[in-house]
Design a protein around this ligand. Structure first.
Ligand code: NAD
Ligand code: MG
Length: 486
């Protein structure tokens, strides 16, 4: 049964409001392409209203700014309790709007609750330090919230992305305008309602639905927005940094995906390596920024590995994401479906060997067979570009030193992994690979406690971890002259 959709308008100043233009857009269920809801479509005028509300809420005399940091933390802890209370509903809504399989949605919302609690606990631990400055001076630093933050979200993990960015900004004392992905606005709206219920004062959290080219652009160019945090494509990430430079030098945090290498050494236990590599690329239909989409396997075990990888892919159950037995659901929309199928065609044309999958399943919804290519080389398009779909590309290598250079020969640098029983291999690889995250004998593991972000074109800045609030804070140095004598 379809979950009840309670909210489809913008959320501004703790109220549900229509677009100034009266326009709406459709959000669809990727299982069959049917319309889930008509959602208010915001543009510049709605962003302006939301930023105004967020500015008011950021005023030094506002209710929000007057709260103790510990009270801010407590409101966020209340929010965690509400997300926990409504987890089943939120997960259903996520599956309905995004096509995320039930098991993944459950896992992500558990992770989300933990994340809220962790970040909320940092709210009253923002500390400056004292400085032994030259002369008869005493200096100390304050860390203060940067201001109104624009948070632009992707569609591949809507609940987790909303929570990661919104809760961190709020813990730091900022106010926010959120622009959810146009493909998946529904869970963001449900979460905004829970923030209000948790006690967040009006204007602190605002959500404006709409497209990137209109609402997104208005937010990134707004002179009263002090910071943008964005997760999505490199292309848009670069536009956002340009917008920041062209306007008010907004602070920018970017998380932009990758083409992450996973290396399997010939000393690895294949019964571990094959499932780790498969989950690394097939999880969430391949719609994962850290997807292990370049799988390097050492030549002496290559054939054996490929055979086992094909067998693994063939037992992945694709189907209704609402069922607990399903491993893989639909891709997000028709555009991405066709983009992925286009990459598969390119792979075939450029000479990679298609060993299983490669086709759309049926004609309803956006399902793709788990696909495995062997004999992929570094020059092929499928080894270079982010596919964001269930496509495993297996590449042969001979030595560790060679594969490190090949792994680094990309403009991306988000994640990397190595599977080996040799400690020296693991340490050498993790030291020299150019990526923000390295996994050894595992993949996709991590928690809110660990910093996350990319080298090179994969992004700017880090999210999560003990310093998660820093990108939402400015450092202020205060210097006091001390009298020489009394
Ligand atoms: P996108 O970057 O276009 O969209 C992400 C978000 O940015 C959405 O909310 C969108 O509305 C907004 N946006 C788009 N253009 C904007 C602009 N000019 N200014 C401000 N905001 C803007 O991503 P997409 O088109 O949905 O997907 C394209 C590709 O991006 C995918 O194939 C995938 O490779 C990659 N992607 C990566 C991630 C990730 O986790 N890093 C997530 C989603 C998509
Ligand atoms: Mg787009």
């Amino acid at each position: 049964m379809a979950p009840l959709i309670k909210y489809t308008k913008h959320f501004i100043d703790n109220e549900w409001v229509d677009s100034k233009s009266g326009k709406t857009f459709e959000t669809r269920n990727p299982v069959d392409g049917s319309v889930n809801a008509k959602v208010s479509e915001g543009d510049k005028l709605d962003i302006d209203e939301a930023v105004k509300a967020a500015r008011r809420a950021f005023h030094r005399n506002s209710e929000w700014r007057q709260l103790d940091a510990s009270q801010r933390g407590q409101i966020l802890q209340n929010f965690a309790t509400l997300v926990e209370r409504d987890a089943d509903y939120l997960n259903q809504l996520e599956t309905h709007d995004n096509g995320m399989i039930k098991l993944m949605a459950n896992m992500m919302s558990d992770f989300a609750v933990k994340s809220i609690r962790y970040i909320a606990s940092l709210a009253d631990k923002v500390q400056g330090y004292t400085v032994p400055a030259d002369g008869d001076n005493f200096s100390y630093t304050l860390k203060q919230p940067v201001g109104v933050c624009g948070l632009i979200l992707p569609w591949n993990g809507p609940i987790l992305m909303f929570i990661g960015k919104v809760v961190t900004a709020l813990a730091a004392g900022c106010t926010v305008v959120v622009k959810p992905a146009e493909q998946t606005p529904l869970t963001a709206l449900a979460l905004a309602a829970l923030l209000k219920e948790a006690g967040v004062p009006k204007g602190v959290v605002n959500v404006v639905n709409g497209y990137g080219e209109t609402a997104g652009v208005a937010l990134t160019h707004h002179p009263d927005v002090a910071k943008i945090s964005f997760t999505g494509s490199v292309e848009v990430g670069k536009l956002i940094q340009q917008a920041a430079g062209a306007t008010n030098l907004k602070r920018v945090t970017l998380e932009l995906g990758g083409k992450s290498p996973l290396v399997v050494m010939d000393d690895a236990d294949l019964s571990l390596a094959v499932p780790i590599a498969a989950r690394g690329v097939f999880a969430n239909q391949g719609q994962v920024c850290v997807a292990a989409s370049r799988l390097y396997v050492q030549s002496s075990i290559y054939d054996k590995f490929v055979e086992a990888a094909v067998q693994y892919a063939q037992q992945i159950k694709v189907g209704d994401p609402a069922l607990e037995t399903t491993h893989q659901g639909p891709q997000i929309d028709e555009l991405m479906l066709n983009k992925i199928l286009g990459y598969i065609e390119k792979g075939k044309k450029e000479g990679a060997k298609l060993l299983t999958g490669g086709k759309r399943i049926g004609t309803t919804g956006y399902f793709i067979e788990p696909t495995v290519f062997a004999d992929v080389n570094d020059e092929m398009t499928i080894a270079k570009e982010e596919i964001f779909g269930p496509v495993q590309s297996i590449i042969k290598f001979d030595t560790l030193d060679e594969v490190i250079d090949r792994a680094n020969n990309t403009t991306y640098g988000l994640a990397a992994g190595i599977i080996t029983t040799n400690l020296n291999n693991a340490l050498h690889f993790s030291k020299h690979v150019e990526s923000g995250v390295v996994w050894i004998n595992t993949y996709l593991m991590g928690g809110i406690q660990t910093p996350f972000g990319g080298f090179k074109d994969s992004g700017l800045g880090r999210e999560n971890g003990i310093h998660a609030l820093d990108p939402y804070l400015e450092v202020k140095t205060v210097t006091i002259s001390l009298p020489k004598k009394l």
